[in-house]
Design a protein around this ligand. Sequence first.
Ligand code: NAD
Length: 507
Amino acid sequence: MATIPTIATPAADTDVFVLPAATIAGTPVRTHGAEGTQGANGVAHDATPIFNASTGATIGWQEHASAALVDAAVRSAHGALASWRGTTPVARGKLLKKIAELIEADRARLAAMQMQVSGKPPLEADIDVGDAAATFNYYGDLCLDEKAFAPETLALPDDAVTGERFYEAVGVAALIVPWNFPMVTTAWKIAPALAAGCTVVLKPSEITSPVEHLLAEIISEAGVPEGVVNLVNGGGEVGALLTAHPLVDKISFTGSTASGTKVMQAAAQDMKRLTLELGGKSALIVRADADVERAVTLAVGGAFTNAGQMCSATARILVHDDVYRKFMAAFETAVRAIVVGPPQSANVAMGPLVCAAQRSRVQALVEQGVQAGASVAFSGSLETACADGFFMAPVVIAEPPADNLLWTDEVFGPVACVKSFRTDEEAIALANDTRYGLVATVVTADREAARRYKAQLRAGLVWINTPQLIFPQVCWGGLGLSGIGRELGLAGLRSYQELRHALADIG
Ligand code: NAD
């Protein structure tokens, strides 16, 4: 392998690319040239492969940032902070709108990369790109509007004193994201951080980082000044270096609750500001008055979109006794009809899992759950084209024991459990019987019941009769073990700002 093209300049479809260990102040930093670090294949000896999830083929290599590179990236963000924080919201808004425009213009290439590394079906990959563009547009508009950045005068009981509330960028933000929605999760963090006037160091997941490298190229092309957005590659150890860095003021982390706990401990050291978007074990409730056909559509989408690799997967499906048999029959038909295959398969509805390790993990959980008393009611099937990728057929478990791990633990794969209930109180108690609290879906024709469920379900977002709609205007985040803080919406902007006040008596 004489020359390895960078991701910006892939020489041909068949060429593997190499991702630099870091991009600091707009400059890619490769480590392969350093003495003693070059492995047999021409990339750094500790580089890790990037796979095509649908074929298992190695499509690229990723070098990992050293402690020195993480430090350099944070210092780069720190160096750019004063000037970026000093720009006007309107100037930042124009850049955010430009990024959105460039994402839209590059839609096909961005979707294609997601299809490669994650195996997402074309529609899902395209929706992700659209979501990222919408997020940059939303925060761009918020900046152009300026109101969210203007100081607010306070009404005080003392006429001699004037009071003002104002907001200031937190500082350097470390943004750490997982692999399941790389375009989306990253946009949800970078857009509000830049809008607020923060500079950032992004650490993508080591599994899907090519997507973020493309996004970083677009951000640079839009004209965001050097040093404002920096990127470091690597796994948890690189993330840990970032969260421990004393010049990082804010951490926004999306990932598992186990990693989030470590991130929170690291943040405590310097009292860093923190947003955590973590796991979930969410419920979809089908009342007796539900439109069963619609309930099945929502159940399939809630459990098997992105091959079930969703923090918001509604993998605990609760169905009223009166419609249980009807629901299960229609659900079985729908699950058996799901076309699982590579993105290019006709009518594909579900792609592979993201990597071999994730598939092994999910399969092991199913085996453990079955050994502990859960039984598989039915499952889907795989296309013949699935032989080499990380595919797994969708699985449905009926009536698992309440303490079965498939019912209690986040599986993060195409596995759904169904349980019946008799009363609303029972359904709400079952849905809330978890320490997570991210989302919930209710399917009902009864407005009053919908109101009660909305009030009583412990979840950051409740969908009633809708698919998992997400708008940048609506905040995202959960209760309990699902995390701390909110992304998107005005709260998403505020999470990158310090709230300050001034009181004055100047006559
Ligand atoms: P993960 O926690 O293993 O990794 C997430 C990211 O954190 C990766 O970039 C990883 O390299 C990094 N990381 C790991 N350990 C770290 C540490 N000690 N310090 C700093 N960084 C560290 O999670 P994953 O397997 O990549 O993603 C799946 C999890 O993410 C699931 O639990 C899912 O529910 C959750 N998730 C939550 C949301 C949400 O919005 N609530 C969205 C997507 C995914």
